[in-house]
Design a protein around this ligand. Structure first.
Ligand code: THU
Length: 160
C-alpha cells in the first residue's frame, strides 16, 4: 500500500479590494450578471465572468427550470457561451460570486462538482490554466491558479 498526498493551493484575499484593479473589475462583472440570474426556485443567484485572451469578457448566470434538473449553473452557462462564441480563444480567468435571498453569504462559494468537470475540459482543451476567483456576496475571495487545485484526479479523455 502506498499513500498519495495531493497538494492544492488557494490564495485568500480579505475582500475584493485586495484584488488587482483588473481582477476586481472582472468580479464586478460577475456581480452584475449574478443579479440578472433566473433563480425563482432556489433564490440563490450565481454570476460568472470569464476573461478571454482576446480581452473579451463572457458572462453567465444560473438559469433555473420548474423541472429542476433542467436548470443550469452560472459557470457552465458562461463557459459554454465562451466555447460557442470564441472557440479558438483561451480563457484566462473566471470570477464567480453567489448571493442568497435567504441569508448573507459571507464565505466564498466554490463551483459545484459538475461545473469543475466542465471547467476542466476547457483547461485541458486550451492547454492553459484558468485562474478561478470565487466569493459569496461579501467578504473573502478565494483564488485557485488552476482548476487542478479544485479538482484533483481529473477524469479526462485520456481514459476513453
Ligand atoms: N449554482 C450555480 O449556478 N453554480 C454552482 O456552482 C452551484 C449552484 C446554482 C444552481 C441553482 O440554480 C442554484 O445555484 C442553487 O443550487
Amino acid at each position: 500500500m502506498e499513500k498519495i498526498k495531493i497538494f492544492a493551493e488557494i490564495l485568500v484575499y480579505k475582500n475584493v479590494d485586495e484584488l488587482t484593479e483588473a481582477d476586481k473589475k472582472l468580479m464586478e462583472q460577475a456581480v452584475a450578471i449574478r443579479e440578472m440570474a433566473y433563480a425563482p426556485y432556489s433564490h440563490f443567484r450565481v454570476g460568472a465572468a470569464l476573461l478571454l485572451d482576446n480581452g473579451m469578457v463572457v458572462t453567465g448566470n444560473n438559469q433555473e427550470n420548474a423541472a429542476y434538473p433542467s436548470g443550469m449553473c452560472a459557470e457552465r452557462v458562461a463557459i459554454w457561451a465562451a466555447g460557442a462564441q470564441y472557440p479558438d480563444n483561451k480563457i484566462l480567468k473566471m470570477a464567480i460570486t453567489a448571493r442568497s435571498e435567504h441569508h448573507k453569504l459571507e464565505q466564498p462559494i466554490p463551483p459545484c462538482g459538475a461545473c469543475r468537470q466542465a471547467i476542466a475540459e476547457y483547461e485541458i482543451k486550451q492547454d492553459k490554466n484558468i485562474e478561478i476567483f470565487f466569493m459569496g456576496e461579501i467578504g473573502k475571495v478565494y483564488k485557485a491558479n488552476s482548476l487542478h487545485d479544485l479538482l484533483p484526479l481529473i477524469f479526462d479523455s485520456s481514459s476513453l
